[in-house]
Design a protein around this ligand. Structure first.
Ligand SMILES: NC(=O)c1ccc[n+]([C@@H]2O[C@H](COP(=O)([O-])OP(=O)(O)OC[C@H]3O[C@@H](n4cnc5c(N)ncnc54)[C@H](OP(=O)(O)O)[C@@H]3O)[C@@H](O)[C@H]2O)c1
Length: 313
């Protein structure tokens, strides 16, 4: 991308989109186009077609999506499928129709089969059944990345996709019942510290293993791939390192300065025992994450403290 290239970041108010905007600006890209959800509903085909016909962005980062935890995914599968499919198809199709040089589609590691061998490689996509709890979301994401691949094959476009592991960092969602595990722990330990609670109870036995990538590292990879990668196969975005939920809870409590007891409610589910991405492809391209978990949690907590509205999202 030339420094004056016209770049549209879809979903720039979200955690990933805002990190991509920060990274682009830091690298000297200033010709950015952005629209809030209110200004442009990406599910509305006519609005999207008009926007692309008028603006004709040369590059597109597609980071807009309807995102949620297990409970929301289970309760609203039809909404997760329709909103994500509609906005992906509208944006990707209009980008192609209007001569976009390159588009990068953001997916999620939940596209991989429930029983995929660990660590999960890109080519295990569609080799067996998906996890039932977020099947609708995963099917929409798989359709998005496949549509990019089909446009490349049929029309010679240069549309790519990236599949991140669990993300965290500035602009995260700290909603008490609808957030992912790490922001939920940050909020719980913060509140327990302020209210001097003697203990905090976490779900499961803490043995499940998970991977976490700081969102600014993901944004760095997104810009890197836009400049250095072309291909139909997606690229995994992670650290390649895993941590148990117990270690994660202890680390988060330490960063926040909560000194009470951490209890485990073993009547609650652990989830999949292990979920780790194989990041060999991204590292083979010359990319590596830079922010380790403890430093990342510290940065995320600072953002949480300085932006009290975060907790209300
Ligand atoms: N968060 C994670 O841990 C994680 C992990 C792996 C992959 N990802 C992927 O990263 C991408 C971005 O996720 P995120 O965490 O940044 O989510 P986010 O913070 O919820 O941001 C998504 C953005 O998309 C916007 N949006 C949703 N529907 C829209 C529509 N119809 N028209 C216009 N804008 C719309 C949202 O606006 P409103 O809020 O106004 O609706 C929001 O600003 C997603 O594709 C997700 O799958 C995230």
């Amino acid at each position: 991308m030339k420094k004056d290239a016209k770049i549209y970041v879809a979903g720039h108010c979200g955690m990933v989109g805002s990190a991509i905007v920060r990274k682009l600006r830091k690298q000297g890209y200033e010709n950015l186009i952005m629209r809030t959800h209110q200004e442009l509903d990406l599910c509305r085909q006519e609005q999207v077609e008009q926007f692309f016909a008028e603006e004709k962005p040369e590059y597109v980062f597609l980071a807009a999506a309807k995102v949620g935890g297990i409970a929301a995914n289970q309760e609203y599968p039809a909404d997760f499928m329709w909103i994500n499919l509609a906005l992906e198809m509208n944006v990707i199709h209009s980008a192609w129709k209007n001569g976009c040089k390159k588009l990068e589609f953001l997916g999620s590691s939940c596209i991989y089969p429930r029983m995929a061998p660990q660590p999960m490689k890109e080519h295990c996509l569609l080799t067996s059944e998906l996890e039932a709890t977020n099947e609708a979301y995963a099917l929409a994401k798989i359709s998005g990345l496949k549509y990019c691949e089909y446009l490349n094959r049929q029309y010679g476009t240069d549309f790519i996709s990236v599949m991140p592991t669990n993300l965290y960092g500035p602009n995260d969602n700290y909603h008490p019942s609808n957030s992912h595990v790490l922001p939920a722990l940050i909020r719980r330990f913060h509140e327990a510290k302020i209210q001097r609670q003697p203990y905090v109870t976490c779900w499961g036995d803490g043995s499940a293993l998970r991977e976490f990538l700081y969102v600014d590292d993901l944004a760095d990879l997104c810009v890197f791939l836009m400049n250095h990668y072309s291909g139909n196969e997606t690229v995994n975005a992670g650290t390649g390192k895993e941590v148990s939920i117990k270690e994660l809870a202890e680390l988060t409590a330490k960063v926040i300065g909560y000194h009470g007891e951490i209890r485990w409610d073993v009547s609650k589910p652990n989830g999949t025992p292990r979920k780790l991405l194989d990041v060999g492809k991204a590292s083979g391209l010359g990319w590596k994450h830079t922010i380790e978990l403890e430093d990342g949690i510290r940065l995320a907590y600072e953002d949480f403290l300085h932006n009290p509205m975060r907790a209300e999202r």
